[in-house]
Design a protein around this ligand. Structure first.
Ligand SMILES: [Zn+2]
Length: 274
């Protein structure tokens, strides 16, 4: 019903003054025409090329999270499976905005998993808005990055819900995906995530927190050449100096190996308006 109202309104106005702008007219058309295989592909191309924010209420998901190993898998057989998902955790601390700019220039999507303790000041909130407005998805990584199994039920609720509230107040969007600190979920966190209509997401590999990979060259080398890099890799990176330094070449290297970058908006569970 929500979708039909603007169309009816537009049709009514058309009788009187005509639809005001071309863009609106195109949007209406997208909503009413049944997507064929061709239009779906075109839409995908447009989305990944421009890395624009999804202005439609919801797209059909093309990928799903495999909760057994946290890889990203196509839902339909004919969907490209040679893909990777980029995720940046512990944001927005010092480098996230710059990392977002780098990815935007390269037209590559990603999820920034944020912590509440990086969202306490007005400047922090501006950083979050800037990242979101560049078209990136924002995930919940808890308020203060504590190990959830060490906390009481009430403390875990607080850690998770406070971030959703903060993010929603700041950018008008509640996170779709939740990543527990250290990947340690509990029955409580699983329950809250479900209740909040979010989805669990760990990762398949990442190296930038290990001391031997805390330099641009070492991180680049291991990210592009490791046994876990394959179709559907869910790559964990962080808001860190060396990761920021290596990011552009990591993307170029993955692209050179033939990988396409999954748009989080194409993953089942993403919801713009949940
Ligand atoms: Zn973390």
């Amino acid at each position: 019903m929500k979708r039909k109202m603007p169309l009816l309104l537009c049709a009514f106005l058309l009788l009187i003054v005509g639809c005001s702008t071309k863009t609106q007219g195109e949007k209406e058309k997208e909503v009413v025409s049944k997507p064929t295989e061709k239009t779906v592909k075109q839409e995908k191309h447009k989305t990944s090329k421009n890395n624009k924010k999804n202005t439609k209420s919801k797209e059909q998901p093309k990928y799903k999270i495999n909760e057994a190993n946290w890889s990203i898998e196509p839902i339909e057989k004919d969907t490209n499976e040679k893909v990777v998902l980029l995720t940046i955790d512990d944001a927005p601390d010092r480098y996230a905005v710059e990392m977002a700019k780098t990815l935007k220039d390269l037209k590559v999507p990603a999820i920034f998993f944020v912590n509440g303790h990086f969202l306490e000041t007005a400047a922090d909130e501006e950083n979050l808005k800037e990242i979101y407005n560049m078209g990136f998805d924002i995930g919940n990584h808890t308020y203060s990055h504590k190990s959830l199994p060490d906390l009481t039920k009430a403390e875990q609720e607080d850690e998770i819900l406070k971030v959703n509230q903060k993010v929603e107040r700041t950018i008008g969007y509640k996170p779709s995906f939740f990543r527990a600190p250290f990947g340690q979920n509990t029955d409580v966190s699983k329950h809250i995530v479900k209740q909040e209509n979010m989805h669990l997401m760990n990762w398949t590999f990442g190296y930038d927190w290990e001391p031997e990979y805390q330099s641009k060259d070492a991180l680049l080398e291991v990210t592009l050449n490791n046994e876990f890099l394959n179709n559907g890799s869910n790559i964990l990176m962080h808001d860190r100096e060396w990761t920021n330094a290596a990011l552009k070449e990591i993307v170029k290297g993955l692209d050179k190996q033939g990988y396409t970058f999954v748009d989080p908006k194409e993953i089942k569970g993403y919801s713009k308006t949940n």
